[in-house]
Write a protein that binds this ligand. Structure first.
Ligand code: DOR
Ligand code: ZN
Length: 411
């Protein structure tokens, strides 16, 4: 499809953007569709570099089709899926099975992280076209765990040889076992990972960083190959908000003062990425007692509206927003041709109307889990059109296209 976006506001000024053959291209004359984008904000589609879409193994919570519908309607055009599925993505064969299962079922582009265990270092070295390796330094949902220092170092060395980032779930296993999932629990693991990286020299990314003190460690060790992400739930809620199991997640919500420090990092660039850790669990599961209920909250469909709303509060600039959810995920995970509105890049785009104000309600939720921690939030700035691979996938809340999502190219 040949599309022209006329007079769009972009981070580099007002301009026309031309789309053809799935790419952003040089100006041409005749288009299939001319979109009057005047007064609207056009940005690269958001990349959510941390989701759990539950295929295979727990598709009653979410599957790649339902998860990708939630994503695309919310302006997310690429997701990177975590390996704690069932079976877990910890062998070349399991990765291939996941690829075969998901091909043709997704509305957005995707990639699959590869999980590391004590037994799969050889597989780790063989795997191809992944955004990185995931290490659970402490246990969370599923049974993936790697909790000894020798193994971390060994894994970091393999990652270094493959020039791929290691993403760590940084919580200390002994503290978790002692029931102390506090900031110290996160700080112990984050500082250990940073220390090992210093020797090995690999790329390291701290997932769902939640404490001001962890951010301090990253600031001290600033390097282009050391990065972190913060999740929306750690920016909008504190431990005081936990009334039941809905806001149970790992790492958990923190004391109030951390929110300010995390926002500071989001604004000044110490935080590289905002990713959701979209971890859908069913209403039935979340209605259980907090001691029984599974940990995790959904986020993929509202992360962009939440951040667009921050533009109206002067908490973020459009440039910073695009860095957080487009440019930095693409850079850190080596996603080819994505994250920028430049000629030659993939035409994954989202057109935003900053004049639309809507309140998030449960009946809007498209994720199979059927609920959102942001119900009741009144937000200004919503996607009105999402383009994936040069095709209009949704417009004004209507799904228009087939499932066109493809596996990304990494490297
Ligand atoms: O709260 C969480 N839920 N944290 C994780 O690390 C895993 C996730 C899940 O898969 O449910
Ligand atoms: Zn996660």
């Amino acid at each position: 499809m040949k599309i022209i976006f006329k007079s769009a506001a972009t981070i580099t000024g007002i301009r026309d953007v031309y789309v053809q053959g799935g790419k952003i291209v040089a100006p041409f004359k005749e288009a299939d569709r001319i979109v009057d984008a005047s007064g609207k904000f056009l940005m690269p589609g958001a990349i959510d570099s941390h989701v759990h879409f539950r295929t295979p193994g727990a598709t009653y919570k979410e599957d790649f089709t339902s998860g990708s519908i939630a994503a695309v309607m919310g302006g997310v055009t690429t997701v990177l899926d975590m390996p704690n599925t069932n079976p877990a993505t910890i062998s070349v064969a399991a990765l291939q099975e996941k690829r075969d299962l998901i091909r043709g079922t997704s509305y957005v582009n995707y990639g699959f992280f590869f999980g590391v265990t004590r037994e799969n270092f050889e597989e780790m070295a063989k795997v191809t076209n992944v955004p990185g390796y995931k290490i659970y330094m402490g246990s969370s949902t599923g049974d993936l765990l790697l909790d000894d220092e020798n193994s971390w170092e060994k894994a970091f060395r393999i990652a270094k040889a493959k020039n791929l980032p290691v993403v760590v779930h940084a919580e200390n296993e002994s503290k978790i076992k002692a029931g102390q999932r506090d900031c110290e629990c996160a700080v112990i693991a984050t500082s250990k990972a940073v220390e090992i990286r210093k020797n090995v020299g690999n790329k390291l990314h701290i997932a769902h960083l939640s404490c001001g003190e962890e951010l301090g460690i990253l600031r001290k060790n600033a390097d282009k190959n050391l990065s972190c992400e913060v999740c929306p739930h750690h920016l909008y809620f504190s431990e005081l908000d936990v009334k039941d199991a809905y806001l149970k997640m790992n790492p958990p919500l923190r004391p109030e003062e951390n929110l300010r420090e995390l926002w500071e990092g989001v604004r000044d660039g110490a935080v590289n990425i905002i990713a959701t850790d979209h971890a859908p669990h069913s209403l039935e599961e979340k209605m259980q007692d907090i001691s029984m209920a599974p940990a995790g909250v959904p986020g993929v469909e509202f992360v962009l509206p939440l951040l667009l709303n921050e533009l109206t509060q002067n908490m973020l600039t459009p440039e910073r927003l695009v860095q957080l959810v487009c440019e930095e995920p693409a850079r850190i995970f080596g996603i080819k041709n994505k994250g920028k509105l430049e000629i030659g890049y993939d035409a994954d785009l989202v057109l935003v109307d900053m004049d639309i104000e809507k309140t998030v309600t449960r009946d809007m939720v498209l994720s199979k889990c059927g609920w959102s921690p942001y119900e009741g939030y009144k937000l200004r700035g919503w996607p009105v059109m999402t383009v994936v691979g040069g095709e209009i996938v949704c417009e004004n809340g209507q799904l228009l296209s087939e499932k066109l999502g493809k596996e990304c190219v990494f490297g």
